[in-house]
Design a protein around this ligand. Sequence first.
Ligand code: C2E
Ligand code: MG
Ligand code: MG
Ligand code: MG
Length: 274
Amino acid sequence: HAKAEGRNTCRFFDPEMQAHTAQRFALQHEIREALIQHQFQLFYQPQVDYTGAVIGAEALIRWFHPQRGMVSPLEFIPIAEESGLILQLGNWIVEEACHQLVRWSQHPATRELVISINVSARQFQQAQFVMQLLTALQRTGANPHCLKLELTESMLVQNPQDIIAKMDELKNHGIKFSLDDFGTGYSSLAYLKRLPINELKIDKSFVNDVLVDSNDAAIARMIIRLAQSMELRVIAEGVETKAQRDWLEAQGCLHYQGYYFGKPVAAAEFGNSP
Ligand code: C2E
Ligand code: MG
Ligand code: MG
Ligand code: MG
């Protein structure tokens, strides 16, 4: 795969690449079709606090392809991004998440749940992003205080002025922000400080080996300290064992997401413990 070869690999047009391009083109067409055929679905993965209480969910898109079965977002989100289809897809995700918030708001047990949605770079960069998001919230009646946007470090470096303006406006409406995959990108801490972020999300690549790799442990610990001193919430993703959860708690990380607590599931299954 091209990804495994790294970004600096320079290759000229060859048959393998040609096939690759054709495959991407086919996939673009299929994404467009999938939107029309309603093949996408949002799954929800619980986020819990240190008491074990479910406080929210991350919305994760799933594509149920009639022939290929479930296609991973790692496969089609990059293609949706480069083709611009992410704008349509992104609108659909926002709309879906808003409807789910409205459904959850109607029951006391789920009223306060916060949905975190992943926003991709191109989606956030578009000029109408703020307006479209606020319109969707208004139209559906979803509570903006129950919506969190997951952004990544890499998408925040391009146009600071524009990004800060957008974030501030959304924040004024009660929308919160989480920095996803934190620790895997590059961003200056001085700049981070200027952004109205509420939460750092420790990437699962660090959480995975936190008990066996002292470097990963050091990074996780540093992120937790950083969040504490910046008065941000910190949540760990990819928590798979009780031992990982307990280590994180001992370091001061009090929010968790991962298979140990629950896999991403359809909204209908959310909260139905097995
Ligand atoms: P992410 O935002 O970092 O999401 C976390 C990923 O880790 C999800 O993979 C989730 O299923 C997986 N995960 C959660 N807990 C565990 C665990 O305990 N162990 C392991 N091994 N994995 C765990 P998923 O759903 O395949 O999504 C992959 C990536 O695709 C996401 O990474 C996100 O970058 C992107 N993505 C997913 N849904 C959306 C979406 O609606 N919009 C956009 N723009 N991107 C999305
Ligand atoms: Mg995420
Ligand atoms: Mg993440
Ligand atoms: Mg991640």
